[in-house]
Design a binder for this molecule. Structure first.
Ligand code: MG
Length: 212
């Protein structure tokens, strides 16, 4: 990671290795003090990056005979999500995390499930639109971490395809997108295969400072 901008306000930041007394240069700092100040100077600029974190959560009920889409990938399964869209609960949680990071509301506000426009819509289109909003606001994704809780079917064979698919939709590398799957040890509505539950966390960084 490279510091995005250097903040050169206090005189000791401009000359971090010189000791100042009463605003006048006094001599070089002792080695240990100079090392410490230089370290703080580097960290200060590094942490000056503008970052936002967002989290998203979504649940869909499951029923026999419906297609199951997760992370943009169709999963071979006897059960699928009941939904107005294609029911990709992982993408929905991810969209909410992205929107949440910038306080832009939630997926229901942008794509209401009462609208005919979004009936049966491919959730990848919704994710693309959310990424457009974020890009227009001057932000980009640092990383995303998604946890899918589902009792069955086993999702392990689909983890890499989901990461690849989400990365291609979001225009980032596969390494920036984590997808994890867990069961709930047959506990609760997830454990009874009545529903699928997804948590998502994202980090965004500002790339264009001309926007608020
Ligand atoms: Mg949903």
């Amino acid at each position: 990671c490279v510091p995005k901008k250097l903040k050169l306000n206090p005189i000791s930041d401009v000359f971090p290795l010189i000791h100042f007394h009463g605003g006048r240069p006094y001599g070089l700092l002792p080695r240990q003090k100079a090392k410490l100040r230089f370290f703080i100077y580097i960290c200060g600029n590094y942490f000056d990056m503008d970052l936002r974190i967002g989290n998203g959560y979504d649940v869909h009920a499951l029923a026999e005979g419906l297609p199951l889409w997760l992370g943009g990938v169709q999963i071979e399964s006897p059960i699928g999500c009941i939904a107005h869209s294609d029911g990709d609960v992982a993408i929905h949680a991810l969209c909410d995390a992205l929107l949440g990071a910038l306080a832009l509301g939630d997926i229901g506000k942008h794509f209401p499930d009462t609208s005919a426009e979004f009936k049966g819509i491919d959730s990848k289109i919704l994710l693309e639109r959310v990424m457009d909003l974020i890009g227009k606001d001057g932000w980009r994704l640092v990383n995303a971490d998604i946890t899918i809780a589902m009792q069955r079917p086993k999702l392990a064979p689909y983890i890499i395809p989901m990461r690849e698919c989400l990365a291609s939709v979001m225009g980032c590398s596969v390494g920036q997108v984590s997808v994890k799957a867990t069961t709930t040890e047959k506990l609760g509505f997830v454990g009874r295969s009545e529903g699928c539950e997804v948590y998502a966390v994202v980090l965004l960084e500002r790339v264009d400072e001309t926007y608020d």
